[in-house]
Design a protein around this ligand. Sequence first.
Ligand SMILES: [Zn+2]
Length: 54
Amino acid sequence: MKKFNKDWHLAHVMPKNASLEQRIAWHLEHHENCGCRPIPPKLLIEINKIQPGK
Ligand SMILES: [Zn+2]
């Protein structure tokens, strides 16, 4: 069972019309702090364009 970090989510609310950069930053931080959902594959592709190999 993946862990849901409620405190992190309360402190990090995704803006309604977040930019791609904001979404990437959010998901990377989310991945470090909470395991309730994976990074969407489409976003992972964008992340790899910015940070090859990560
Ligand atoms: Zn989460």
